[in-house]
Design a protein around this ligand. Structure first.
Ligand code: HEM
Ligand SMILES: *[C@@H]1O[C@H](CO)[C@@H](O)[C@H](O)[C@H]1NC(C)=O
Ligand SMILES: *[C@@H]1O[C@H](CO)[C@@H](O)[C@H](O)[C@H]1NC(C)=O
Ligand SMILES: *[C@@H]1O[C@H](CO)[C@@H](O)[C@H](O)[C@H]1NC(C)=O
Length: 200
């Protein structure tokens, strides 16, 4: 009944309606008879819609990237090379003074196209020591024995930074060195996330 009144009101105003529907008709007629009122009704409708919508979805934060399962193993120099961020899982590892770190969360630095992508999947020690973003010693273990005292100190400082920021995966193996079997290790940081499982 009310709908009927709305649709027909501008063309043929009927005054036969009585009681409640008459009152409703009066209000509706009053609103639609003036362009200004129509505009105001429109504005109010839009504002109400926005308020309701903002209450329903208060903060839609972008989904955090799912963390990869924790990796725990040792690597030879050539095994490490695969982890330069070009694999489907995007895992990135960097070695500093014999320790391998998972730097996947720093992929804007070490990933493909990043400023330090030369360190991805590599032993970065010498580059860090000399402040050169180059991956030296392609496939050979670098024992760093020729670094001078201040270069050694620089490596130590970088190592400290990596330790604070990234998770240790294992050792970088010297030629002939056997990998450690970590499978008996008590799982660390289990409270950090549900997705964290040691991989063997
Ligand atoms: C013009 C020269 C350089 C500029 C302006 C520069 C700038 C930066 C900036 C802005 C960051 C980011 C810090 C952050 O957001 O946490 C960074 C990080 C870093 N830079 Fe440089 N950098 C330069 C040269 C170098 C060189 C020569 C090396 C090679 C040793 C280097 C190695 C690194 C590393 C390893 C990180 C740490 C990334 C991480 O947190 O994992 N940078 N640099
Ligand atoms: C160590 O080597 C750097 C070059 O990487 C050089 O600039 C510096 O003078 C050397 N320091 C010492 C104490 O020999
Ligand atoms: C690298 O690590 C070894 C122990 O594994 C340590 O003796 C040496 O001083 C470290 N070198 C640098 C440059 O930090
Ligand atoms: C590591 O040790 C466990 C038992 O402690 C064994 O089941 C597993 O096969 C070993 N893995 C390797 C790679 O040797």
């Amino acid at each position: 009944m009310g709908d009927e009144a709305v649709t027909s009101a501008p063309v043929t105003p009927e005054d036969g309606a009585a009681g409640e529907s008459g009152l409703l008709y009066g209000i509706v007629n009053e609103i639609i008879s003036s362009p200004l009122n129509l505009v105001l009704v429109g504005v109010i409708t839009i504002l109400l819609y926005k308020i309701i919508r903002s209450r329903q979805q208060p903060t839609t934060l972008p989904e955090p990237e799912p963390e990869l399962p924790r990796l725990r193993r040792d690597f030879t120099v050539s095994e490490l090379k695969a982890y330069d961020g070009t694999q489907p899982d995007g895992r990135l590892l960097v070695a500093v003074n014999g320790t391998v770190y998972d730097v996947t969360k720093g992929k804007r630095f070490y990933g493909p196209g990043g400023p330090y992508s030369a360190f991805g999947g590599r032993d970065a020690s010498r580059g860090l020591a000399t402040f050169k973003v180059t991956s030296s010693s392609e496939d050979q273990y670098d024992d760093l024995s020729d670094l001078n005292a201040s270069e050694m100190e620089t490596v130590r400082e970088w190592e400290q930074q990596f330790k604070e920021k990234y998770i240790v995966v294992g050792k970088l193996l010297k030629p002939g060195e056997q990998p450690t079997n970590y499978s008996d290790e008590v799982e660390q940081g289990a409270a950090d996330g549900a997705g964290e499982q040691p991989r063997t």
